[in-house]
Design a binder for this molecule. Structure first.
Ligand SMILES: *Cc1c(COP(=O)(O)O)cnc(C)c1O
Length: 365
């Protein structure tokens, strides 16, 4: 099957990028800013690239409303890399040795907990595993420890489609938030967390760059074994250039930030995201063929998971949706069923087209 641009791509990540951004990158690919070269071919330390880099930091700080007391690091290795980076940089702050608390609400937070076990005690505060990760454990059931360096949670579980409606209140404990799949999708009060991290490939642009926003007073506590590229203090002192940064991904993220600013910023995109999610969930809820199994209060606005009650129709659903130009609706293999990732760059028209297809498929089923 071959397609014309633009189909609607519901991939969980890497995922759809605004057409305007792709067109701008295409237009300036061969001759960027009249330099006679592309941006990917110049030194990361050149004044031209440093200008891009500074603007990226500035725009991100504006969009996320990041206070000056927080450092922004642009690293590599993704969220998975930070699953090791975070404990190496923070776990030593545990009162009785390296220790951190983990709230497990899905596959991603459990993965983070398991990686952290290599560096110290990774204490399970609460888990929704027995409820198939379809909900978030009640706040009064959390077994928080008094000697942990921080509490790690995943603000949006990309695989299960479970999202925290608000940042959890944890008093003066250090909160570490995995925002890989809902970064910039809604307003977040950065001052409520110690660390916010996530890759660019879901809500920003192509993969390659990982954003770590960390309170400045928490730099400099890394374990001795920490590799230099994973050491936040060293990276902060070297403008995140301890090694050669992913310059093209940073440039693309910058175009993504400009696009978002042009839309009106995070507040505006948040409303649009809510509208898209409501449209899809409202349709699913009145349907007799499709069902979403997540506790309604915790349904993700980014990754809408759903099942066909008659699973023998799964293959037909996937092949027909693809033929209709609606790509990548298969759920993660660990969860089964379907998943529509409707990040910032997915236009409302994409969700309307999806709902129309689903309605039509149900009628014919
Ligand atoms: C995608 C994702 C990750 C992993 O990101 P990588 O860039 O593959 O390392 C981690 N956490 C969450 C919630 C994710 O959605």
């Amino acid at each position: 099957m071959t397609f014309e641009r633009r189909i609607f791509n519901f991939s969980a990540g890497p995922s759809t990028v605004p057409e305007e951004v792709l067109k701008q990158a295409q237009a300036e690919l061969l001759n960027w800013h009249g330099l006679g070269t592309s941006v990917m071919e110049i030194s990361h330390r050149s004044k031209d690239f440093m200008a891009v880099y500074e603007e990226v930091l500035h725009d991100l700080r504006t969009l996320m409303n990041i206070p000056d007391s927080y450092e922004i690091l642009l690293l590599q290795g993704g969220g998975i890399g930070q699953n090791a980076g975070i404990p190496m940089n923070l776990m030593a702050l545990g009162k009785n040795g390296p220790k951190a608390d983990f709230l497990v609400t899905g596959i991603w937070s459990e993965k983070s907990r398991q990686e952290a076990e290599k560096y110290g005690v990774a204490h399970l505060v609460a888990s929704s595993a027995t409820e198939q990760f379809n909900t978030i454990p009640a706040r009064d059931s959390w077994d928080l420890s008094d000697d942990a360096a921080y509490l790690h949670y995943c603000s949006n579980e990309t695989i299960g489609g479970v999202e925290f409606p608000d940042t959890p209140e944890v008093g003066d404990r250090l909160l570490v938030a995995d925002i890989s799949s809902n970064i910039l999708s809604k307003e977040m009060d950065i001052s409520k967390g110690a660390v916010w991290f996530g890759g660019a490939q879901k809500n920003i642009g192509p993969s390659g760059v990982t954003i770590v926003v960390v309170r400045k007073d928490l730099l400099g506590h890394s374990m001795k074994i920490t590799p230099s590229i994973w050491d936040w203090g060293k990276q902060a002192a070297n403008q995140s250039m301890v090694n050669t940064p992913p310059t093209f991904s940073i440039y693309m993220a910058g175009l993504g930030f400009k696009w978002l600013l042009k839309q009106g910023g995070v507040k505006v995109i948040e409303q649009r995201n809510q509208e898209k999610a409501n449209l899809l969930y409202d349709f699913i809820d009145q349907s007799t063929l499709y069902e979403n199994r997540v506790n309604k209060v915790y349904r993700s606005r980014m990754n809408a998971t759903f099942f066909l009650r008659d699973e023998s129709l799964n293959d037909a659903f996937l092949s027909q949706s693809k033929a209709a130009g609606l790509l990548a609706l298969r759920g993660h293999k660990a969860a089964g069923g379907m998943r529509a990732s409707i990040y910032n760059a997915m236009p409302l028209e994409g969700v309307i087209a999806l709902v129309e297809f689903m309605r039509d498929f149900e009628r014919r089923a």
